[in-house]
Design a binder for this molecule. Structure first.
Ligand code: PLP
Length: 438
């Protein structure tokens, strides 16, 4: 390491606040549901000893600030000013009344959607990408490695690295790499490098290719490659776009804003919140502030996780310790899992193709604080088209699962319930996935 990495980075790389005006609606803190849970989170375990992880175990991969957030039990954690300044480029994201959709469905419900597609990358993922890149840069790390499915996460981290002056290397699941060239171009435009996974660049990738040369890849395989690459490079850290506690923590800006926006719209509370669930980050980010309010203040908002029927970790998986990746390099996480070797069919919603579910979401489901449904792909796209024609926004294929859950519910209700949909992203770069339905 060079003698003064932090000081030479500071300022030159945008790690000092610029002093710009930040709208009042941008949260000042992230909300940590762990503070309000009736029973504590099961710890992550060391893959070798099976003992609870200590901070030193994670230090080769993550900066200390994120390691501490992973186990934090404080209710609120302050958002660094530089991160808030970047959030302010698109936050607070809008909470929009879906009045035309309501009319189309003939429902008495009042439907709102919290739209994360207004971020520069087109999804909720920059909320954590910016925070992760920031904490790594502050600790002198100059490069981040990661995996990506559909490419939303790779694009978001590439953008964050560009803004904070870091290098970024991405392993993209082969099925998506081949089917979705625009996200790769987006990453390259931000200055990142993108490889199809499994690749011949890592030991893990070579082993997977030897085992099955025609594999379409999976997030679990791509994680193994990105983790290995980071572990071998002292200047590099690994960054995960979902699943871990600190990722869900960063996403709670979504739900905190939504609570304030609902109140400003004159609503007493949301009756039901629908979010799509891949690794659980947009769902956790939207719903945890609502669940926290239920636990502290006695509101009765229900939360429904909408996962793809082709990768049904919450509705069909076992709740047990499992690895986050195929090679078994990650810590053991207590979660709903289909097994680390599960290779999901190449469904269009690439961002939902993960064998496990965030430990915090899994725990919350076990405690009965959230329920889950599985949505068939055709049904999800059908709902996406209904939504697009009523509201004008084409939802990301992932988000259509939440839209489908909400539309089915709204068609059944007979009273003016308040429904909130997590619209995690837009589908503008995923239009080929809609082709079969239009
Ligand atoms: C990645 C992604 C998802 C799935 O990830 P979660 O961690 O479950 O949120 C959902 N929606 C969009 C738009 C995505 O890009």
């Amino acid at each position: 390491m060079s003698p003064e990495p932090e000081t030479s980075l500071t300022g030159a790389r945008g790690l000092e606040p610029l002093g710009i005006e930040i709208p009042a609606g941008v949260p000042t803190h992230w909300y940590n549901l762990a503070a309000d849970l009736p029973s504590p989170m099961p710890p992550h375990l060391h893959p070798g000893t099976k003992e609870p992880l200590g901070p030193a175990d994670l230090a080769p991969l993550f900066p200390m600030a994120l390691i501490m957030q992973e186990v934090a039990t404080d209710r609120y954690l302050e958002i660094p000013q530089v991160v808030r300044e970047i959030y302010a480029k698109w936050r607070p994201s809008p909470l929009i009344r879906a009045a035309r959709l309501e009319r189309e469905l003939g429902t008495p419900a009042r439907i709102y959607y919290k739209y994360e597609g207004v971020s520069p990358a087109g999804s909720h993922k920059p909320n954590t990408a910016i925070a992760q890149a920031y904490y790594n840069a502050v600790e002198g790390i100059t490069k981040l490695t990661t995996e990506t499915g559909a490419g939303q996460w790779g694009a978001s981290l590439s953008m964050a690295c560009a803004l904070l002056g870091m290098e970024c290397e991405v392993w993209q699941v082969r099925a998506s790499y081949d089917a979705k060239p625009y996200r790769k171009l987006q990453m390259q435009t931000y200055g990142a490098t993108c490889h199809p996974s499994p690749s011949t660049l890592t030991e893990a990738g070579r082993a997977m290719l030897a085992n099955d040369p025609d594999t379409t890849g999976s997030l679990g395989m791509a994680i193994s490659e990105a983790v290995e690459a980071a572990a071998k490079d002292p200047k590099a850290h690994y960054s995960l776009g979902s699943v871990l506690n600190h990722v869900l923590l960063h996403q709670t800006v979504i739900g905190q804003e939504a609570l304030a926006q609902l109140a400003a719209a004159g609503e007493e509370q949301a009756d039901v919140v629908f979010g799509c669930a891949g690794g659980g980050s947009n769902l956790g980010g939207l719903s945890f502030p609502f669940i926290g309010q239920n636990l502290r203040e006695g509101t009765t908002t229900r939360v429904v996780a909408c996962e793809p029927a082709a990768c049904p970790s919450l509705t069909q998986g076992e709740y047990r310790y499992d690895f986050g990746d195929v090679a078994g390099l990650t810590p053991l996480l207590k979660m709903h899992t289909l097994g680390k070797d599960f290779v999901p069919p190449p469904i269009h919603a690439g961002g939902l193709r993960y064998h496990g579910m965030a430990p915090m979401v899994s725990h919350v489901v076990e405690l009965g604080l959230m329920s889950a449904i599985a949505v068939e792909q055709d049904h999800a796209f059908e709902a996406g088209v209904v939504f697009a024609r009523a509201e004008g926004i084409i939802p990301a294929p992932e988000s259509t699962h939440a839209v489908a859950g909400a539309i089915d519910y709204a068609r059944r209700v007979t009273t003016p319930e308040v429904i909130v949909i997590g619209l995690s992203g837009n589908g503008i770069l995923d239009l080929p996935a809609y082709e079969a339905y239009v």
